[in-house]
Design a protein around this ligand. Sequence first.
Ligand code: FE
Length: 345
Amino acid sequence: MKSYRQQSWRIDFFLVYTFVLFVFGFPSVATVFGNEEVVVYSARKEHLIKPVIDAYTKETGVEVKLITDKAAPLLVRLKAEGKNTPADLFITVDAGNLWQAAEQGVLLPVTSNRLEANIPTHLRDPQRRWFGLSVRARTIVYSTRKVKPSDLSTYEDLGTPTWKGRVCLRTSKKVYNQSLVAMMISELGETKSEEIVKTWVGNLATDVFSNDTKVMEAIIAGQCDVGIVNTYYYGRLKRKDPALPIALFWPNQKGRGVHVNISGGGVTRHSRHRKSAIRLLEWLSSTSAQNLFADGNLEYPVNPAAKPAPEVAAWGPFKPDQINVSKAGELQKKAIKLMDRAGYR
Ligand code: FE
């Protein structure tokens, strides 16, 4: 018969063995000791996201590995890596891109009271796979030399005879314009939206441009009088030269409001540090982190408790479109086909 001492020794050995297995064999030593780490794949540019991530590490001690690239290659990489991906969080710009990532199955839904409290409903995925972290307004920019703000009213109005040969637009290949048209489809329907886009094309002063800055430079150069841009590009130009003869106009204020999009993120399907990834996402949506995240690119916070930077607030308040930004993804294909039919290159 075994003595009590022998049995007790075996129980102790079992406990130690389980502990060793738990510590060294189970997810990672770091997780067990609370020394978390998170891997972020970010299509938000390194110089914008790095200072925010550094602040998180400083505040929490959590190590964050940051890998930045364009949205498309990051998504291809996430899919190719599958279960072996080191990525815990995917951060990108435009709801159209986030929607694509979710549709392709690389994100898993997150249930978080903090995220839901911090981020308005229309700026996050109804299926909780991605969450907006900053708001980007896509609005009308005009020549202060040739246009009075009272001449302007809506996006649709840029297609009326008043603006014949006076409009500059960025290419329809850019997701920003696909999202703008997608949101228009969701509110006005396909037929009406196609008519409007056709009239825009008919009013173009010149070929479409490859980016928003070139649209504004064309207005400054007198090549055209109005255009549509994301406000942070305007902010960047204005920073360099406050005397630039262009200004922002907030359209559709009596109707659906200014078109807004987001940059945002979601937790990957195969994340090995899911809790840590959620904690980082929650932190990014918090009032204090929101300004770090949005102000670096002159964007607007998603969290209504955070106020935009003074430089951004100076552009004045506006009524934003409240339709859920996921529509930008859902209707993206329709928008691309519509723009093609309308001759918008
Ligand atoms: Fe941009």
